[in-house]
Design a protein around this ligand. Sequence first.
Ligand code: OGA
Ligand code: MN
Length: 215
Amino acid sequence: MTGDSPIDETLFALIAQDIEAKGYSIRPTALADALANNLFNHQQGIEADKFEEAGIGRGGEYLKNEFVRTDAISWITNGSEAGRDWLTWTANLQSFLNRRLFLGLFSFESHFAHYGPGDYYKRHYDAFKGEANRVLSIVVYFNRAWSASDGGELVLYQDNVDKEGIKVMPLLGTIVTFLSEEFPHEVLAAKRDRYSIAGWFRVNTSIAAKVDPPR
Ligand code: OGA
Ligand code: MN
């Protein structure tokens, strides 16, 4: 199992430091090779028809909106070994960040994403202030030998008025985490297939007897 090796504690501490200092963390070659390869192979093995066109929002508010995003997604569950290893790793990260930063992260949801050539995700926030559900976003990438001419960068903006942003190439093993309410971001159109996982740690927004699980 890859989830609780001492190496990851070192990585988790670096991510925590970054988030405390800047609100975001960009860590190239950070995801363990074995975990990254298992996840990538699993993503490749998922039938194309199991992927759905990505939408915006959830439940009854779920809308397919090609103006905003055109990628295809598949939610990750415990039903595969790769899925279980990933969810173990993210649970370890969650409890580390809760101990270190008192974030009160309560649950986690994530999906594979496939952007074909030309696909994009326009500038957006993963969460809106006051709605207090998605607190921390995480993205990891599975693309070997990506170069600037391939496009497909994640652009992380500091705030609403930032036009420049920080560009991140979606290279195998890179882990990006950021506070969901603080950083607008977008995915530029890629010239080749782009594979990733996007996930969100949430706080508990249950009220009374109504439990509010991820999905
Ligand atoms: C998202 C997202 C970024 C990326 O899925 O919400 O912003 O680099 N993904 O894939
Ligand atoms: Mn996003």
